[in-house]
Write a protein of this length. Structure first.
Length: 298
């Protein structure tokens, strides 16, 4: 996969705090959310890069590796292991005459050139190549993304069981380490990148962590007040309707929205818009009653 400057993606520099990263991610995720940019072909790519940048820079350990090794940050452990072996070999050579520091250092340089795409010779050693990264798509319904659950998928003939965190976004990409192609000559496996495609709900619209839903209310309950029961992604909810509720009235249910990705117990809000239903197919008696009401309106 091509190297991406995660700081540049989020519009930050290396001195940015964890709060700066979080704020920049939220702002850009809203701006480039695919649902808000249906006619922008680049929105999905930008959104994926924003999620990938946040995945790395919001994790202290990953960010430390990224800052130190740049485009090769995912191979940090391999770098450190080889450096340690190089140091031990140089120490042995200086006391026992086994290898000269210059020759061994050249082999060490050639190892990383061969592993990460450089040109030098391997001087007869087996060249190690990290496995290929795999990419795939997983389609979910909105209700599926509402709660953490496990799913099984098959990639290149291999069955993998993964845990999908609640709150995953449409267009978001997550990485499953070590589930890509096999490494060669003992090198590590590649990684698996899964992009999520989350279908639209017939009655509920999602925007970030918030949900929006239109609720039908019969005219009699709207006029006189009462109680209705509605279906939400979290189950059935009872609502009290105030007397003389007008068509288009909005009600905000705090904490009843979508779960926040990887933030246990945090939810957005659910905003309801009431749609007052005018009765149809009235009987003659009902029409007469409405006529009496019309006569008394003044």
């Amino acid at each position: 996969m091509n190297f991406i400057d995660y700081y540049k993606v989020l519009g930050l520099d290396k001195s940015a705090s964890a709060k700066d990263v979080r704020n920049a991610y939220r702002k850009l995720a809203r701006k480039y959310h695919p649902d808000l940019n249906p006619n922008n072909a680049d929105a999905k790519t930008n959104f994926q890069q924003i999620n990938e940048a946040n995945e790395v820079l919001s994790d202290p350990e990953k960010r430390k590796k990224y800052d130190q090794y740049g485009k090769d940050w995912q191979h940090a452990e391999e770098f450190e292991k080889q450096k340690q072996q190089q140091s031990q070999a140089q120490s042995a050579g200086s006391y026992g005459g086994g290898f000269s520091g210059g020759q061994r250092g050249s082999d060490f340089s050639d190892f990383f050139e061969s592993m990460f795409g450089g040109g030098g010779s391997n001087r007869g050693r087996q060249v190690k190549y990290r496995g290929e990264d795999y990419t795939t798509e997983m389609r979910l319904e909105l209700i599926d993304a509402y709660s953490t659950h496990k799913q099984t998928l098959t990639v290149n003939g291999k069955t993998i069981r993964i845990t999908i965190p609640a709150g995953v976004e449409n267009g978001q990409t997550i990485k499953i380490s070590g589930h890509g192609g096999p490494g060669i000559n003992g090198a590590p496996n590649g990684d698996l990148y899964i992009s999520f495609v989350i279908g639209n709900h017939s009655k509920i619209k999602r925007l970030g962590h918030n949900l929006f839903q239109t609720v039908d209310v019969d005219m009699y309950t709207a006029v006189l007040g009462g109680e209705i029961t509605i279906d939400t992604l979290d189950g059935k909810v009872k609502l009290k309707i105030k007397p003389e509720t007008q068509n288009g009235t909005k009600v905000n249910l705090k904490g009843k929205g979508f779960p926040v990705y990887k933030s246990e117990g945090q939810f957005g809000d659910l905003q309801l818009t009431f749609n007052i239903k005018i009765p149809t197919n009235l009987t003659e008696k009902q029409k007469a009653l409405f006529e009496e009401l019309r006569k008394t309106k003044d």
